[in-house]
Design a protein. Structure first.
Length: 172
């Protein structure tokens, strides 16, 4: 979760519009698909939260749980059925026209993290390394604004949790 943006929005009592999307990659072999679920703030063009799992309602629940700290006015999604089950019609706009920002951000992630490309020889053998690579790129592209903050990334205490496999402790 993007804590700086969360604190700013909470302090200023701002309601936000969020784009939600998922993209797939694979771990180990092309038969093992992994889905990356993302929430994108339209105005600031920042990733608010993200999670990794399968393409099910349970994984969407994890993402929506991370988003509870924000005051969300409207969700913009594609027509994937899990969104319809979890998000009310009054707070949801459906269509690719509304998700252009997050689709562009997905392309940026695919360019920076080669293991997210569909036709590539780069891949992750283990899920924890896959998540770590995505985590580092998201932190660099969307959470940091100066070089000092990026340097502090490699000193933060949760890097051991990533290596030990307790993934979701470090993603918030």
């Amino acid at each position: 979760m993007n804590r700086k943006l969360s604190e700013y929005l909470d302090k200023n009592k701002v309601e936000i519009d969020v784009e939600l999307d998922e993209m797939w990659s694979f771990v180990g072999s092309k038969g093992r698909k992994v889905w990356i679920w993302l929430a994108y703030h339209r105005k600031s063009r920042q990733i608010l939260a993200w999670t990794v799992g399968d393409r099910s309602s349970e994984t969407l629940d994890k993402l929506l749980e991370l988003l509870k700290v924000f005051k969300i006015r409207r969700h913009y999604t594609d027509n994937f059925m899990s969104y319809g089950e979890k998000i009310s019609k009054e707070n949801r706009m459906i269509g690719k026209i509304y998700t252009q920002g997050i689709e562009r951000m997905n392309l940026t992630l695919r360019n920076f993290v080669r293991r997210l490309n569909r036709k590539t020889i780069c891949y992750s053998r283990r899920l924890d390394m896959h998540v770590t690579a995505i985590y580092l790129v998201i932190r660099k592209l969307f959470y940091f604004k100066d070089e000092k903050e990026m340097n502090d990334l490699f000193l933060f205490p949760n890097i051991n949790q990533i290596a030990n496999g307790s993934l979701f402790d470090c993603l918030s």
